[in-house]
Design a protein around this ligand. Structure first.
Ligand SMILES: [Zn+2]
Length: 332
């Protein structure tokens, strides 16, 4: 399998224009891709090819000044760029058959997916992605801090010989960082974690044209949450404890199937472009460690809540905000 280290540059529009375009398209478009840069590596992480294309934007046509300053891409270059459908067709061909993307940080692939959706193009071939920033964190100081590519380069003593914020240069430097990491091990750890996922579904994805949920509470009333079923036998799963509410709109509850044992339903709530909510719902196999962790956090949050004074009806909004902030809260 080959690896393709990918970097994108994108253009934005001022807020009102961006909102109007997204409303018209009925999907999220926070930026429009104007440059694709990629470096191809073989199994042993030898560089075997590179790719760069400037894309002519369709929705946010005039380049923002800060984007021009950062990337060195001018309006003339954009005007002479390749329209996205053609650029993507060529890029997909260049990628080949058996490959996985390596990106620095989690943003590039979702951005590209949004762009493809806005053009009614297929984005399913983008699904195999490993975030090298995460692998770097795990394999160096084991921190979850999102380090910049410059930080990683400095860490490995890679000299910045080419200007940054050029998609190809950044993809190239990402490839150089990859060569100094144990990518195979990082990828295996990634796949292992995914293997625990028994079921996964996104509900209320307005960015993908579905109807979003007006509030997080509406998601918690949805049948995926109130009446989860076993991914193996489709029988109802019984909750074994309370729903745990963690930082960043994450929820988790321990469930049980008489035949297939314990599992977790995890929810991650995210805002859609139009202010409504969607949730990624995942069912994962439970093991001793994850069950212990869940019970500990449930207990901790119950203690924290008892210590916190009750609030009056009037400041319910404030109280709600506070609930979202501490690390975890059980939901009755
Ligand atoms: Zn079952």
């Amino acid at each position: 399998m080959n690896y393709i280290s990918l970097d994108l540059e994108w253009n934005q529009a001022y807020a009102q224009k961006a909102l109007a375009v997204q409303k018209r398209l009925e999907c999220r478009l926070r930026g429009e891709v104007i440059q694709i840069g990629a470096v191809k590596l073989d199994d042993d992480l030898n560089i075997i090819g590179s790719y760069r294309i400037t894309v002519k934007p369709k929705f946010f046509k005039s380049i923002q000044r800060h984007v021009m300053r950062l990337t060195g891409i001018t309006q003339t270059m954009l005007d002479h760029g390749t329209p996205l459908p053609e650029a993507i067709e060529r890029f997909e061909k260049w990628c080949g058959e058996d490959f996985a993307f390596l990106t620095w940080g989690p943003d590039d692939i979702p951005m590209l997916e949004d762009n493809l959706r806005a053009h009614h193009l297929d984005g399913t071939w983008l699904h195999r992605v490993y975030d090298l920033q995460k692998i770097f964190g795990r394999q160096t100081d084991n921190s979850k801090t999102q380090r910049s590519l410059e930080f990683a380069m400095e860490h490995f003593g890679i000299e910045q010989t080419l200007p940054a914020h050029d998609a190809l240069n950044d993809a190239y430097f990402t490839a150089l960082v990859a060569q100094r990491l144990d990518v195979a091990k990082g990828v295996a750890a990634y796949d292992e974690r995914q293997g625990e996922e028994l079921f996964s579904l996104v509900i209320g994805d307005a960015d993908a044209g579905e109807r979003g949920f007006p509030t997080p509470e509406d998601i918690l009333k949805h049948k995926t949450v109130t009446a989860p079923v076993c991914p193996f036998c489709s029988e109802p799963l019984t909750p074994l404890d309370k729903m745990l509410h963690s930082k960043g709109q994450r929820y988790s509850v321990l469930l049980s199937c008489p035949q297939h044992g314990k599992s977790f339903l995890r929810l991650r709530l995210v805002r859609n472009f139009n202010g409504t909510w969607r949730a990624k719902c995942t069912i994962l196999a439970a093991d001793e460690a994850s069950e212990k962790d869940y019970k500990r956090r449930l207990k901790e949050s119950a203690t924290a809540r008892r210590r916190r004074p009750r609030r009056s009806q009037k400041s319910a909004g404030e109280a709600k905000k506070e609930v979202a902030d501490p690390s975890s809260t059980p939901v009755e």
